[in-house]
Design a binder for this molecule. Structure first.
Ligand code: FAD
Length: 486
């Protein structure tokens, strides 16, 4: 199958009876569930963009095996131009969702594309794992499948040693092997997009401080979401079933987060990519450069989101007539700076991209990783700025029924500003509340703080790869200057 349309994606979900639970009930059809169907429609719209005549060339590329048009995020670019086209494709998706669906399918697609190119890494000790990876990447690309992932073991306690708990009975563990595959049991967090996905990928960035070489907690695999024994437990849906007017983002972009239970789940051998190999699992992201590619996708999302918040802030201040006030300009200026830093990092990552050992044009790692770390702190600040700018206007929230009801006249008269009528003002500030106030917006802040691991881990990850010698040498050179030198 070439790149899918939205309807093909929806049909796929209907055929796949994944075990999804929400509010104590098993969801029979995620495409029809009131808390999930909005998100399904949003992902379907992203897939439809692949067939928009104006976008088709950018959104798809020719499959290296079938020659058919397939999703561009599966591409392993060989040139800077191809990397920039893939970047444009990711930006198109990110802008379509206002940056509010961080786990749009391109996130996992670029990760697996990198792993496909680096399949030899997976097969170095066990050649069959390299073959598994190659075949799997071709399979998801040719069928345009949607993936979720859950990397984190639940912890029973955060102990000061920094060793992440891998307790039996909680963390996901290989319990035994059979002729058919491995049997895994345990729980993982936090599968965003879980109910809206076809497949789940399981690997881990969290064994880094685990000392053993061989561990039953070390594994990398991917299986269909409707595999027997696999259960997705959803949080509350933030799609409250309201209209786009009343809940513009929540009614569209609910991507859902889930705890995943693995109840003696059989992972077929052909879906295993790494097993027991702590060192290789820890090294995967950096050696294969999947971290640079996924961070590049994240950078596109960050840019789209920063642009959207900036545009929103500008419209809010125009509506309220305070755009010219110095402290407003100062705050808007700060939002502009974040948007431009994201843009600059993306451009620099693309300009300094280089062909890596796997033959892939890889974005420069430091600038894209910087966007990840920066977003963790700047996004909460951006939301604080929106709140400072909007104040009580966030809570002036008549519904469509209020406009059409007995108070309609009062609302129209009193809620207008010099620059906007009451309905347009309400529409704008309901959007702002979705971004900066309600459960949907709060979850976005939490997402940006933690989606790429906790801030401490991310800071340490950046410190580990930063080229420190050049800056140290500069100071050393200065300290070494003699009195005769200036
Ligand atoms: C909205 C959202 C979506 C997400 N989506 C996904 C997804 O799609 N896939 C996925 O795999 N993961 C996802 N995550 C999970 C994310 O990777 C984790 O939340 C993140 O790695 C942090 O882990 P944690 O939640 O267990 O927090 P914790 O590890 O409990 O961290 C909480 C705080 O405690 C501190 N801490 C933790 N352990 C210690 C210790 N031993 N000593 C000292 N301090 C400690 C941390 O520094 C942090 O400040 C998502 C998270 C969120 C919030």
């Amino acid at each position: 199958m070439p790149a899918r349309t939205g309807q093909q994606y929806i049909n796929g979900l209907k055929e796949r009876a994944s075990e999804v639970w929400i509010g104590g009930e098993r969801v029979r059809d995620v495409t029809a569930h009131k808390g999930l169907s909005g998100g399904v429609r949003a992902i379907a719209k992203l897939y439809d963009m692949q067939y928009d005549p104006a976008l088709h060339e950018v959104m798809t590329y020719k499959s290296p095996t079938s020659g058919r048009p397939v999703g561009r995020s599966f591409d392993n670019p060989k040139t800077r131009e191809a990397l920039e086209t893939r970047s444009q494709m990711m930006l198109n998706w990110a802008r379509a969702t206002c940056g509010m669906m961080g786990r749009s399918p391109d996130f996992m697609n670029v990760t697996f594309a990198a792993w496909g190119a680096a399949a030899d890494f997976f097969g170095e000790k066990r050649p069959e794992f390299g073959d598994n990876m190659r075949k799997y990447v071709e399979y998801i690309r040719e069928n345009d499948l949607t993936l979720t992932h859950s990397l984190i073991n639940l912890q029973r306690s955060r102990n000061a040693s920094g060793i992440f708990n891998l307790e039996e009975g909680t963390a996901l563990e290989v319990k035994r092997e059979t002729d058919a595959g491995i049997i895994v049991r345990g729980a993982r967090i936090l599968a965003t997009l879980g109910p809206l996905s076809d497949e789940i990928a399981v690997y881990s960035p969290r064994l880094a401080r685990h000392a053993d070489e061989h561990s039953s907690f070390a594994m990398s695999f991917a299986i269909p979401c409707d595999t027997k024994g696999l259960k997705f437990l959803c949080r509350d849906s933030f799609d409250l079933g309201r209209s786009h007017f009343e809940h513009p983002l929540g009614s569209r972009f609910e991507e859902m987060d889930c705890v995943v239970f693995f109840d003696d789940v059989l992972v077929p051998w052909e879906r295993v990519f790494l097993l027991y190999d702590v060192e290789r699992l820890n090294a995967t992201a950096h050696v294969t450069h999947s971290t640079a590619h996924s961070a590049h996708q994240g950078a596109a999302k960050n840019l789209a989101k920063c642009e959207f918040v900036l545009g929103l802030a500008l419209m809010m201040t125009q509506a309220l007539g305070n755009a010219h006030l110095p402290h407003t300009e100062e705050r808007i200026g700060e939002l502009m700076m974040y948007a431009e830093l994201m843009r600059a990092c993306m451009r620099s990552a693309e300009a300094d991209a280089a062909i890596d050992q796997w033959g892939v044009m890889c974005p420069s790692t430091i600038p894209v990783e910087v966007t990840r770390n920066l977003m963790m702190t700047c996004y909460p600040r951006m939301i604080e700025i929106l709140q400072l700018l909007g104040s009580s206007s966030f809570l002036i929230q008549p519904t469509e029924a209020d406009f059409d009801g007995p108070l309609g006249h009062d609302i129209a008269q009193y809620l207008a500003t010099d620059n906007l009528d009451a309905r347009e003002r309400t529409k704008l500030f309901r959007l702002a509340w979705d971004v900066a106030g309600n459960a949907f917006g709060s979850r976005q802040v939490l997402y940006e703080r933690f989606f790429a691991s906790d801030p401490l881990t991310r800071a340490r990850a950046l410190a580990a790869i930063y080229p420190k010698d050049a800056v140290i040498d500069r100071v050393r050179e200065f300290l070494g200057k003699s009195n005769e030198e200036w």
